[in-house]
Write a protein that binds this ligand. Structure first.
Ligand SMILES: [Zn+2]
Length: 203
């Protein structure tokens, strides 16, 4: 980092896991940590540097989530590959996230039973209930646990909302196609929870 950049410092927004400096330049405080000679942020916020004291800190941004391992959340699947699904996190612990954060679901975290590939688990556009297994970037989520899995899904074929058929299988009431998903036991009950959250926000 050049001297000029440090003097201008401050308004530099980072998320957990972002590199903010190298260890030769600054002493990390409790908002950051050292890894392989780099200083990485532990929180979402603005980087503030004190060149004289060689101090660096990340001032947390209000209303931005600091994720914890084990937090549960709700997210929407962006895309699905054989081994992974990309999921945008929209809610954490029943509170809406101001800016959706991207996360990764690996096929090994989809179910306790063996799952061949992600296409048996979820499809783009699905809403999932999950828990956080890695809170730093890249964020990793898991569907293994009580009440976790797909909560809303649309038909792969015609786009109609799917209905619960049996555990890990959903049926389209429009075209009768039965499709595999790893379903949560709260399948179909997500909408009310979202409505409740947005009402809380406007108070
Ligand atoms: Zn259909």
């Amino acid at each position: 980092m050049s001297k000029r950049l440090v003097e201008n410092s401050t308004q530099n927004r980072v998320v957990p896991g972002d590199k903010i400096a190298v260890i030769e330049e600054f002493l990390p405080d409790e908002t950051c940590f050292e890894q392989d000679g780099s200083i990485l942020s532990m929180t979402t916020g603005e980087v503030i540097t004190d060149l004289k004291k060689h101090k660096i800190t990340v001032k947390p941004i209000k209303n931005v989530f600091v994720l914890k391992r084990g937090d549960t959340g709700v997210g929407r699947v962006v895309y699905v590959k054989k081994q992974i699904a990309s999921v945008d996190i929209h809610m954490i612990n029943d509170t809406k996230v101001p800016l959706p954060m991207n996360s990764i679901l690996h096929v090994s975290e989809a179910s306790r039973r063996f799952v061949k590939n992600m296409y048996e688990v979820t499809r783009p556009g699905d809403w999932l209930k999950f828990r956080i297994v890695r809170r730093m970037k890249p964020i990793y989520i898991s569907l293994i646990g009580e009440g976790l899995g797909v909560v809303i899904a649309q038909c792969n074929h015609c786009g109609h909302d799917l209905e619960f058929y049996r555990r890990n299988a959903l049926k389209c009431p429009n075209c009768s196609l039965i499709q595999n998903r790893i379903t949560a036991n709260s399948f179909g009950k997500l909408v009310t929870s979202f409505t409740r959250t947005s009402q809380n926000e406007t108070r």
